[in-house]
Structures are given as C-alpha cells and as structure tokens.
Write a protein that binds this ligand. Structure first.
Ligand SMILES: Nc1ncnc2c1ncn2[C@@H]1O[C@H](COP(=O)(O)OP(=O)(O)OP(=O)(O)O)[C@@H](O)[C@H]1O
Length: 360
C-alpha cells in the first residue's frame, strides 16, 4: 500500500557481482519526495551500476528496490523500466538526431498530439529554448542540448530522476550556471533525484544529501555540511580537499605532535592515530626573533616551519612548509596573495576544532 510515510525511492541491500567481483556491495539508500541525493565517489566505485539497476536496465544479484513503498524489483519480481516512472539523463544527453527538439522532448509522452506538443513547448519555454522547437539537435550548443535532454527526461513527470554525470560534457564556464538552472527546474517539477558524480563540488552544490561511495559500499550519508565537517574516515576528508596528516602514538589518551598534545579519547595506549586537517585551517604568523604567537585553547601550540614553496592559485595562495621539529611537509592556504620567500621561518597554528583524529 502506498502511504505518505514511504520514501519516494528506497533500495535495500543491493548487490551486483560481475565476473566474481562484487561491484555494488549491500547498498541501502532512500530518497524523500522532492529531494536531491548525490551518489558521490571515485571512478569505478559502482555508482553507475547502482543507477542502472534502479532504472531497470541491469539486474541485481540480490536486494530490492521500492518506489513509494511499492516493490519495483527484487530477484523474482521485476517491473519493466518504462513502467517505473523514472526519468534518465546521461552524460552524453543521447538526443535522437533525426527528431526535432520538440519531438525529442515529446518522445516519451502519452496523450493527443496537441497535449504532447503543449507539454514539450511549456518545458522548452521554461528552459528558454522554445525558439528551437523545430530545429534538430546538432544545431544546438552543448549547454542547449543539456537543457533539451533535461526537458525530455522531465516531460512525462517522472517521480524519480536518475542523472549520471549530467554536467561533465559541458564547458567549465557554463557548468555552474547550468547546474543552478537544472536544480531550480528539478525542484519545480518535484521529482526526487539521484545524481551520480565523482566531483565533490558538484555534490556539495546540488545535493540535499550526499551518499559517499567507495569500493561498492556507501561509507557515509548526510547533508553536505555534515559530510564535509564530520567525515567518517581519512579518505572521506581527502576526497573533498587536500589534507595534512600528523601521525602519532597514543599514551594515556594523548598523542604528542609538532603542535602539542591532542586528545585521543578511547584509543588504547600504543595505538597509532592520524590527525587530519585541511590546509585552510592552518594560521600563519611571522617569526619575531625566534618567537611566535602565544598558545591558545583553540589553536593549541604553535610550531615553526620554513617556507619551502609558495604559489598563487587565483583566489588563494598555497604555501608549503617544512616543519623544524621533524622535517614533515605541511600545506597551508591563505586568501589572496601571500608569497613568502623560500627559506623564511614562520609560525604555524592549527584550528584544533577542525582537526579529525582517526585510528591509523
Ligand atoms: N557490464 C559489466 N561487466 C563487467 N564489469 C563491469 C560491467 N559494468 C561495470 N563493471 C565494473 O564494475 C565496476 C563499477 O563500475 P561503475 O561503472 O558502476 O563505476 P562508476 O563508479 O560509475 O565509475 P565511472 O564514474 O568511471 O563510470 C568497475 O570496476 C567496472 O569495470
């Protein structure tokens, strides 16, 4: 029975094995109506395979898929792809070259010719392409083709949209604008969206919720803010940005580092830990005759490093330091232009509230 309490899409314990290799490993996900979930992970981790099983063009070895609480597919029962109320959009847009833009958008629609034309026209109006109604796809730019593909996928009012790297074929300069427009249209149409991407910024920009995938498994799920600020392990931190890692041994729930002692509660004596932090969470101070800033609770103990290299990156500068105590290299970023000479001694402090401690 369908009730409002069911997620729009739910997949339970989905497994896919190819040639003896488990490429999707007990994946569970659920998406609420009108929400955008981004399935984020490196190339080859099993994202597209998951999408294909939900679309019904590939078959799982075990596990089940539900739409609005109704079983769509398990290992014995299977609703065909065209009856799942799922819209699909891929990286290459896959427009039909021999159909006009209007015919492409109307392609999957039911009803009279006039009704189909009206729906196609209203969507093309919405994306600012109504004047291309009778043109053929090859006359359109990449960005325009993307909007036609989106209109075509949304035309039958699918309950769920599956999008596989839908922006990766686009020019960098266009991409941000098109992402925002796409998100606006998806929200207006009210479809629940599962968007596959390997780009963290894209997931952060588009998602209500991110599901982080690695080696066939979902390793973490949460709002973009939580995934970024409460990562589950070191790989989850480094997937989103450059990181610095300090390594230490725990003694009495404390570990000693270049930046003083860090608490490692619950970690047994002798265990190795990694303290992971992003380059933007290092603060830099000038050396005043061998002295640096005073230690504070938030920033901990300062440590001296020697500038090895400084590079201007556009909106920020990246400075690499060799730490005096142990020779370890650390990266720091600061806004705007800051280009200290190699060999300059400087004092670094780390935002302790932005450090993550994981077992090695
Ligand atoms: N039809 C197939 N036969 C055999 N192996 C496959 C098949 N399809 C995918 N694989 C393998 O399954 C693994 C997951 O592939 P998948 O395309 O799902 O990953 P992905 O995360 O979407 O990566 P990408 O972003 O590169 O497409 C890969 O190792 C791939 O080689």
């Amino acid at each position: 029975m369908t009730t409002a309490t069911h997620p729009r899409l739910e997949i339970r314990d989905l497994v896919r094995v190819y040639e003896g290799k488990t490429v999707v490993d007990n994946v569970c996900l659920s998406i609420e109506p009108g929400k955008v979930m981004c399935l984020l992970g490196p190339s080859g981790c099993g994202k597209s395979t998951t999408l294909r099983m939900i679309a019904g063009v590939d078959m799982q070895n075990s596990g089940s898929i539900y739409v609005d609480g109704e079983l769509v597919c398990d290992t014995v029962f299977r609703v065909p792809p065209e009856r799942r109320s799922i819209g699909l959009m891929f990286q290459d847009f896959a427009l039909f070259p021999h159909l006009t833009v209007g015919e492409n958008v109307a392609f999957g629609l039911k009803g009279s010719g006039a009704e189909k034309k009206a729906r196609a026209k209203s969507l093309l109006d919405r994306v600012g392409l109504a004047h291309f109604l009778n043109e053929y796809p090859h006359h359109l730019s990449g960005g325009e083709q993307q909007r036609v593909a989106l209109s075509r996928a949304l035309a039958p009012r699918p309950r769920i949209m599956l999008m596989d790297e839908p922006f990766s074929g686009l020019d960098n300069r266009l991409r941000d604008g098109i992402r925002d427009e796409t998100l606006d249209l998806l929200k207006e149409e009210g479809a629940s969206v599962l968007l596959v991407t390997h780009e963290p910024e894209e997931a952060m920009r588009m998602a209500d919720e991110i599901a982080l995938m690695r080696d066939g498994k979902i390793v973490q799920r949460g709002a973009p803010y939580n995934i970024y600020n409460a990562p589950v392990d070191r790989q989850a931190v480094s997937f989103f940005s450059d990181v610095n890692i300090l390594r230490g041994k725990v003694q009495g729930a404390l570990t000693d580092t270049t930046f003083g002692q860090f608490l490692a509660p619950g970690v047994p004596d002798g265990a190795e830990v990694e303290i992971v932090f992003r380059p933007q969470h290092i603060s830099i101070d000038f050396d005043r005759q061998g002295k640096g800033p005073h230690p504070t609770v938030l920033a901990g103990t300062p440590a001296r490093g020697i500038v090895e290299r400084a590079r201007f990156m556009g909106s920020e500068s990246l400075i690499e330091f060799r730490m005096e105590r142990d020779g370890q290299m650390l990266k720091a970023t600061v806004p705007n232009v800051f280009m200290p000479q190699p060999g300059t001694p400087m004092w670094l402090t780390v935002r302790r509230d932005r450090c993550f401690i994981f077992p090695s």
